[in-house]
Design a protein around this ligand. Sequence first.
Ligand SMILES: Cc1cc2nc3c(=O)[nH]c(=O)nc-3n(C[C@H](O)[C@H](O)[C@H](O)COP(=O)(O)OP(=O)(O)OC[C@H]3O[C@@H](n4cnc5c(N)ncnc54)[C@H](O)[C@@H]3O)c2cc1C
Length: 395
Amino acid sequence: MADIIIDMEKCILCGKCIINCPFSAIEKFDDYIVLGENCKACGQCREVCPVEAIGMEENKKETLDKNEWRDILVYIEYHHNRVHPISYQLIGKAYELGVSIGYDVYGIVVGKNTELSKEQLKNYPLKKVFLYETEEYFKSDLYEEILSSCIGSIKPSVVLIGGTLEGRSLAPRAAIEFKTGLTADCTELILGENTDLVQIRPAFGGNIMAQIVTPDTRPQLATVRYNVMKPIEPSLDHEVEFILDDEIGHKASSKLTILDTIPTPKIKGIQEQETLVVAGKGVKRKEDLAMLEELANLLGGELASTRGLVEKGWMTSDRQIGLSGQSVRPKLLITCGVSGSVQFMAGIGGAENIIAINSDIDARIFSIAHYPILGDLYEIIPELIGMIEEKGKAI
Ligand SMILES: Cc1cc2nc3c(=O)[nH]c(=O)nc-3n(C[C@H](O)[C@H](O)[C@H](O)COP(=O)(O)OP(=O)(O)OC[C@H]3O[C@@H](n4cnc5c(N)ncnc54)[C@H](O)[C@@H]3O)c2cc1C
């Protein structure tokens, strides 16, 4: 973009630029004309100026050599000696992208006892994993400094970070450090031959899928929505080289002091459940949800819902599956009175087995259900509960 320059020696303060600015970005203060933040350098003011007092100066943008930035770096989230499951989803996607363009995948682990992560990562398709030893708890400034120094030394074209609380705090800080773009909560990623990462995510409340690129800067940073990408399985074909903290010798420090920590009880959200029973608007009354909850409990799972029931106030939003809710990857998902809207189905792509109960033979949910059951949920669910209880007694 160009910059607008106003030559106050020529300016006669006629105000034509102010009236004609489509962005209301120009103001007059005493004997001065001032450009505000809204200026888009459209040049309209320059055209209407009768005394040619307004000029434009091209920004001397540093030209980017994309070849200087290559490969993919995955930020591997690590808490209490355990690699967060989202990291395996990121590694899987990074590997797939890397293969398509001949890039290697690197990993970075920051935290306490990082050496214990070796066992959990050793057979994943990562060329090298950098282990940075710190205190137990996430400190945004310290972690950003470490991540940025790692980025600075590897110069990856792409950096993938989980769309978790930690990732959402870390990624924007790193993006600012490198004055580069960041797309949050991506649901799909494609790497073009020109090495530009097409970062796809719902926008405008899920009404469109935006495709975002960062063509002028590197690295390209993206956070990725939990449970959308398929996790990769380890394989003996892969052997990771681990680079220890002592060899890197980072000097990062934090301005934050943690005075106390109060552990909250660990509650499994619907994203961690292996079995989910999903209530849709086919459920007629709020009290009927008890029947679905009973089914979920018998199967050792949880009750979730479509947005329809959240809007009715029958279910809380943390139980909503879909584009504007949570993405899930259970082994078993039973939908009850769910039509299968595009927005709902966007959240269940990772479900291994889907049983769909619906009374409408044309319901869209049947197109993806592994076990479609055509019928009235008020007849089928009690029958299912009875069968499971019978089986329980027999055992
Ligand atoms: C921007 C945007 C974002 C959205 N995000 C989400 C989201 O994240 N998650 C989400 O779920 N929705 C979302 N929606 C809403 C979505 O478009 C649908 O309106 C919603 O998913 C429909 O929910 P449903 O399937 O419960 O209800 P319906 O579409 O009304 O379907 C009810 C189904 O129940 C069946 N049925 C009725 N009675 C019975 C019975 N007795 N036995 C068996 N079957 C029966 C019917 O045949 C029907 O198929 C979003 C919409 C927009 C515009």
